[in-house]
Design a protein around this ligand. Sequence first.
Ligand code: GTP
Ligand code: MG
Length: 194
Amino acid sequence: MKITSAEFVKSTWRPFDFPQEFLPEVAFAGRSNVGKSSLINVLVNKKKLVKTSSTPGKTQSINFFDVNDKIIFVDLPGYGFAKVPLTVRKKWKPLVESYLKMRESLRLVILILDVRRTPSQEDTELLKWFNLYNIPTVVVLSKTDKLSKTKLKKHIQMVRESLPFVGDNIIPFSAVTREGKDEIWKHILSSTGI
Ligand code: GTP
Ligand code: MG
């Protein structure tokens, strides 16, 4: 899709503070530091729409972005990083769960996994939970530029085997080479119907 505008809408820490639902939403979920915010920047061709950081736990609130006045991208805070303060980690579950459960405009969740790591128990639980609630999901394997071609093949296979219930919806991606960008957009367009 040709990007004509991509703008920050709102950041919130509290479920009752979510913006009103006008447009279809696509949420980006995953462990801290996997590259959720970087993926959003690549998809909208902006270097700094969303803040990224090499320190895990950068995004702690839920952030809403308007793309072309047609879709809302929702950057969810990451999970699973022990160094993030306990107070923040305790807030994650109620905040993210209430978003995922009550948001009628949610059309797709993009779950991002670092291609170099075996999916964690939290990743698997979240994917099963999406299944249970019938939330359409695509898995993106990020940071493919960090592996050689041979290793990459092996790792993709390893992830596929550890997540047999995901099927074919697994897309390798790199924010550096932009590999996978068009395929991710295809999924976004077909699930939001725009
Ligand atoms: P939290 O907000 O902490 O949950 O992290 P996040 O998932 O939003 O990750 P973010 O986009 O901030 O990226 C984390 C770090 O990984 C940053 O230093 C990024 O530059 C780097 N990074 C993200 N994607 C890629 C990628 O595809 N390749 C490489 N080489 N680095 C990446
Ligand atoms: Mg982030």
